[in-house]
Design a protein around this ligand. Structure first.
Ligand code: FNR
Length: 371
């Protein structure tokens, strides 16, 4: 077990909430890297909406409840989670700290947190797995070659990962104007090391009538058939990340996908779509109470996690904060950030009079009237 000394002495004293890390991170990383991480798609309408939608939800507490047997632990998809907070797949972590994903894995282990390792990690997936004593999940982007895609899956299986999270909302990169304006390019020494042996893409010559988007980039994008193919070729549970439309959510369930992440990729993919939290109640209703649903986007307070669970999520994922915390204080920073989140969640649960995750139901949300 990796132990990270939980001393606050190495953390700046004014760093007390998750969003404080974003401010502090600016002093530790270049402007271009900060813009790449913080930025959303195009005009950032979705990015802003992610935060706004959470802020607009109010809670309605109940008093005088005995909370002394409370816990934020839960069972989820056959695994025991110490808390409903998962580290979202986030690429190229060496961008902000030389130890990158290895440090994040050590922090996840010390806080008993499931980490979803990105397909675009800057360390080998096997090395990250060796440093991860808590939940190990692997995020997959479909590659042009099915053979190469399968080789990644088999490596993940052999390294002990238990779930495959297949991201489907960014076959195209999206319009990342903020990163472009800041002149962001991947610096030397940071690469998607797990894709090193990827076969070169076949050269395509497009005619004048053809589109670089449809006949170019989209030829690599997966379809529902690819998901079915993956189900046949992997023993791991498959979770689809990036579902927003209730009809897609239902289809995932119907074809036997193990779970979904309702997500707009932290507002980095298509701009002008709603936040996941807004769609969540409808999706939960149509999938029924038992289907595994994860949600992400702007989760940075214990109350955010609480709201997501109340509206139908089983767990949440946290993206950008892990990079900011890594930039500020390495593994210790990520561990501290996770601890702040967990403690804030537990404080919220206690103050709401709902001492277990199962107690957090839709009627804890204030609807603007007494019921
Ligand atoms: C991401 N995200 C992401 N998702 C994924 O499936 N694979 C990946 O490699 C990455 N990489 C990545 C890099 C950076 C810099 C960011 C900010 C995000 C998306 C991520 O998993 C998650 O959906 C969002 O980050 C959640 O929103 P918040 O918590 O960042 O607001």
């Amino acid at each position: 077990m990796h132990y990270i000394a939980e001393t606050r002495s190495n953390i700046p004293h004014d760093l007390v909430s998750v969003s404080d890390y974003a401010e502090h991170a600016k002093q530790h990383i270049g402007h271009d890297i900060y813009e790449y991480i913080a930025g959303g798609g195009a005009d950032q309408l979705t990015l802003r909406r992610n935060r706004q939608a959470l802020d607009n939800i109010q809670l309605l507490p109940k008093m005088l409840k005995d909370c002394t047997q409370g816990s934020s632990a839960l069972h989820f998809m056959g695994e025991s989670l110490r808390h409903p907070i998962i580290l979202a797949p986030v690429a190229f972590q060496k961008l902000v700290h030389p130890q990158g994903e290895i440090a994040t894995a050590q922090a996840a282990s010390s806080l008993e947190t499931t980490m979803v390792v990105s397909n675009l990690a800057s360390h080998k997936l096997e090395d990250i797995a060796q440093n991860l004593d808590s939940g190990k999940w692997f995020q997959l982007y479909f590659q042009e070659s099915r053979e190469f895609t399968l080789s990644l899956v088999k490596r993940a299986e052999a390294a002990g990962y238990t779930k495959l999270m297949v991201t489907v909302d960014t076959s195209l990169h999206g319009i990342r104007n903020r990163a472009q304006r800041a002149g962001f390019v991947l610096p030397e020494g940071v690469e998607a090391i797990n894709l090193r042996d990827r076969p070169p893409l076949p050269r395509k010559t497009l005619s004048k009538q053809q589109s670089i988007v449809f006949q170019g980039m989209m030829t690599e994008a997966p379809t529902w058939e690819d998901i079915a193919w993956l189900q046949q070729n992997s023993s791991l549970d498959i979770i689809i990340k990036g579902i927003m439309h209730p009809a897609d959510a239902l289809k995932a369930k119907q074809i036997g996908v193990a779970g979904i992440v309702v997500s707009n990729h932290g507002g980095r993919a298509l701009d002008s779509i709603p936040s996941a939290i807004e769609l969540l109640p409808k999706i939960r209703k149509s999938l029924g109470p038992d289907y595994p649903i994860i949600v992400d986007g702007a989760i940075e307070r214990g109350t955010d996690i609480y709201k997501a669970i109340a509206l139908g999520a089983n767990t949440v994922m946290v993206g950008r904060p892990q990079l900011y915390a890594l930039a500020v204080a390495g593994a210790l920073g990520v561990a501290h950030m996770l601890r702040v989140l967990r403690e804030e969640l537990e404080v919220t649960m206690a103050m709401m009079g709902t001492p277990t995750i199962g107690d957090i139901t839709q009627d804890t949300i204030y609807r603007g009237e007494h019921r």
